[in-house]
Design a protein around this ligand. Sequence first.
Ligand code: MTE
Length: 311
Amino acid sequence: MSIFDSHEITPEALFSARRQFLKLGAGALVSASALSNLMASMPLDKALRYVPSTNPHGLVLNTLEQASNYVNFYEFSTDKEAPVKLSAKMKTSPWDVDFLGEIEKKEMLEVDELISLFGLEERIYRFRCVEGWSMVVPWIGFPLSKLVDYLQPNSKAKYVKFTTRYDPSMFPDQSKGIFASIKYPYVEGLRMDEAMNPLSFIAVGMYGKRLLPQNGAPIRLVVPWKYGFKSIKSIDNIEFVEEEPKNTWQVQNPKEYGFYANVNPSVDHPRWTQAKERVLGKFGKQNTLSFNGYEKEVGHLYAGMDLRKFF
Ligand code: MTE
C-alpha cells in the first residue's frame, strides 16, 4: 500500500507530481523507483505503471490537451478536432493484435498481454507531422524491438507491415465506401533494421495514462525520426514480409509521399517547405531538424542512400 489511497489520486496529479519531483533535481533512479512503486498501487484503468523517462534531450513537453485535441485520424474525419467527439465511444478493450507472416510465433495477443510480456517505459519524443506542425509527447509503451525479438522472425522477414483495424461500425469514414477520404485499411511499414532501432516504439499510453481513442488507442506505432504519418494508429495486425509494403500515403499520392518519410528539412514537400515547423500551442515557427533531431541515433541506417530519391 502506498501513502496515498489509490482512489484519491488522479493520473494527472501523479504525472505532475513526478514532473515536479524531476524538476527539483532528484536523481533519476530514485525518482524512477519511488514513483513506479507509487504507480504500482494504481489500478490499471487509472494510470499505467512504467519506468519514467529522464528526458535525455531536455525537451519541453506539449500538454495532453494540445496533443489530444489537434489530431490526424482519417478513419474518423479529416478534420483535426472532429475525431475527439467521433471517437468518444470507441471500444478499445479487449483488443487483440494478430502477428502474421515470416515469424516463428504466429500468435494473437491482447494489448494487456503485450504489456505484461514487455513491461512499460516512458519515451519523451519530438513528433513532426508532414503538414508542418510538431509537438513533444511523453509516450508510454515498449520498444518495438522487444516485440520483434519475441515473435522470432525468420530470414525472409525483411520488412514489418502494420495495419489499422478495418471496422466500418467503429470508424465512420471506413463506412463511406468509394466516398471515403482515403483507401482503408491504413497501412504502414518499416524496414527490419528500422524496426529494430531502439527508438522505434509501440505506444499504449501517453501522459501517464492509456492512449485516448483519438490518439490511436489502444496501441499505435511511434517512429520519432519519421513524419507522423508513419506512426500508425489503432493497430489490428503486424505482418513480417519479404517485400517493401505499400504504405497508405504512398498509395494515395506517390509523387508526394514515399515509403521512408524521414524528417528532412532540406527536401521540401512538393507543395510546401519542410525547413520549418509550428509547435502546437506556440506562435511563430522553429527550424526543423534533420531526422527530427535523431540523426545521431538513426543516420547510419541510410548511409549511401540518396534521401531525395528515397523520400
Ligand atoms: N493512423 C491511422 N490509422 N489513420 C490516420 O489517419 N494519421 C497519421 C498518423 N497515424 C493516421 C494514422 C498522421 S498523418 C499523423 S501526423 C499522426 O498519426 C498523428 O498522430 P496524432 O493525431 O496522435 O498526433
